[in-house]
Design a protein around this ligand. Structure first.
Ligand code: 5AD
Ligand code: SF4
Length: 486
């Protein structure tokens, strides 16, 4: 990403009276410059700055994409606010489970109310949900007040599409089926000054049978290592001390590069960046987790002691139906190897309950895995039928009541195990990266251990973004209360 001054220099050189350049990212700079004029005019008419709000649903990838949206919105002159009653509102949507979709429809109803009072308001939708044709049909039919819709593959075109909403009447819709394009060097506005997500790859090739992600995020594409390193170096120069390398399946990073490279090799390069203190990554598929990666993690001073390793189910029969390509035994062996090599690592996971054909015995097998692996935390989900995935067409969908029972049984054990795991460090002094003032008590700071556990302790805002030593005095289930030590 270019620095602000460099972006302004580029914008200076662009002639918006001529046609738009074909090449990216210059084309988008052209539209940024054009949009600035529209925003300025509207703001003068209104006699106040124009405001914009982004709402993010779903995962860390979406959170990072929203920073790209905010980057553009600020560059074209919007004042970005938290309130959805704004002049431009964009929802970056998720469709991994149906409840995320329902929330978007619910919020849209509220936005419609705001728009009636502010007719110049513009409403945009983007992200995973928009890659589903049935969703587009529904919006065209029942949510006519939406001004702009685009998907996951052309988010880099946001400046261009924003312009289109100023120049067209009616709904602007631009959805791509797939892309092999990765556009670098567009504006991004980070939410936190000291930590940042960094995309290392996009898409997923795994086609787990319940999952809609491969259909809405497309095939795997890795960014070039030099672009990733350059981005992180710039972030570090700008005050970032912790990066989260993002991909749906980071362990298959680099396979499709012109000069192939493994994820472990990439990590070694990131480790060399001076001034960077912590490296996290998300998400790992167990089938691709190499010994090389374990070795690199073990020897690293910067890679955090945390691995998120989605299990999904502890029953080999269900894993097979899910197309996860590992057995219960293989997963367990891997988890034990990781715990042996890196004893203080926190293992976290994702689990789905209620996959078609799952019996209470399968849930027992999952619960047993939770006990054996001793997860430090687990995200448990009720299976959600996603149209177009193989699992949606399976006949033996599990009745809701049975799913609920299995879910509750699992959750109880997940919580027990997590409490035990988190409590292991009571009384120790550990490094904490201070993230923010505590939400409930302004005299406390909230930070994170390398293993991702939250810690609250007395301190002042000047420490935000710094790594400090904290004594972990009391364990309260999932977090610690402590005090700073020299
Ligand atoms: N239903 C429920 N959970 C799902 N996930 C993905 N697809 C579904 C689905 N159809 C969960 C998986 C994944 C996490 C991001 O979301 O556990 O790891
Ligand atoms: Fe979905 Fe499986 Fe890809 Fe994860 S690895 S995004 S669960 S298809």
């Amino acid at each position: 990403m270019y620095k602000d001054e460099k972006m302004e220099e580029i914008l200076e050189t662009i002639n918006i009276n001529g046609p738009a350049p074909e090449a990216e990212p210059m084309r988008q700079y052209y539209f940024i410059k054009k949009a600035r004029i529209y925003v300025k005019e509207l703001s003068e008419k209104a006699g106040r700055p124009l405001t914009a709000c982004t709402r993010t649903f779903g995962c860390q990838m979406n959170a990072r994409d929203s920073e790209k949206l905010v980057g553009i919105l600020e560059k074209v002159g919007y004042e970005v606010i938290e309130n959805e009653n704004a002049d431009f509102v964009i929802f970056n949507t998720c469709t991994v489970r149906d409840n995320a979709n329902q929330r978007v429809y619910g919020r849209l109803g509220v936005l419609n109310g705001y728009k009636r009072k502010n007719p110049h308001m513009k409403i945009a939708l983007c992200g995973c949900m928009m890659q589903e044709p049935s969703v587009i049909e529904k919006i065209k039919e029942s949510y006519r007040f939406v001004d702009l819709i685009f998907g996951t593959h052309n988010i880099f075109k946001f400046a261009e599409l924003l312009n289109a909403t100023f120049e067209n009447r009616g709904m602007v819709i631009d959805i791509w089926q797939d892309t092999d394009k990765i556009v670098e060097d567009l504006p991004i506005e980070r939410k936190y000054s000291f930590k940042s997500g960094v995309n290392i790859m996009f898409g997923c090739n795994n086609f787990c049978s319940y999952c809609i992600v491969p259909y809405v995020r497309g095939r795997e594409r890795s960014r070039k290592p030099k672009d990733i390193i350059r981005e992180i170096e710039q972030q570090v120069a700008d005050g970032v001390v912790e990066v989260m390398l993002l991909g749906q399946n980071v362990n298959s990073y680099g396979k499709n590069l012109e000069e192939p490279m493994t994820f472990a090799q990439l990590l070694k390069e990131v480790e060399k960046i001076e001034g960077l203190e912590r490296i996290r990554f998300m998400t790992s598929h167990p089938k691709d987790l190499s010994d090389e990666l374990i070795e690199v993690m073990k020897n690293s001073k910067k890679i955090c002691k945390h691995l998120h390793l989605p299990l999904q189910s502890g029953s080999t029969r269900i894993l097979k139906a899910m197309n996860r390509v590992y057995t219960r035994e293989q997963y367990l062996e891997l988890a034990q190897k990781i715990r042996k090599e890196i004893p203080d690592i926190a293992l976290t996971t994702d689990i789905i309950v209620g996959f078609p054909g799952e019996t209470p015995e399968d849930v027992d097998a999952t619960i047993d895995m939770v006990r054996q692996v001793k997860y430090d935390n687990a995200f448990t989900f009720i299976y959600s039928k996603r149209t177009g995935t193989p699992a949606a067409a399976m006949e033996n969908q599990v009745p809701e009541e049975e799913v609920k029972q299995g879910f509750d049984r699992l959750l109880k054990v997940v919580q027990e195990t997590a409490r035990e795991q988190v409590a292991k460090y009571q009384g120790q002094i550990m490094d904490v990266l201070v993230e923010e003032i505590n939400e409930h008590d302004g005299s406390l700071l909230t930070g994170r251990l390398s293993n991702n556990t939250l810690v609250h302790f007395p301190g002042d805002a000047s420490l935000i973004g710094k790594i400090v030593n904290v004594s972990l005095d009391e364990c309260h289930g999932f977090y610690y209360v402590g005090h700073m030590v020299e």
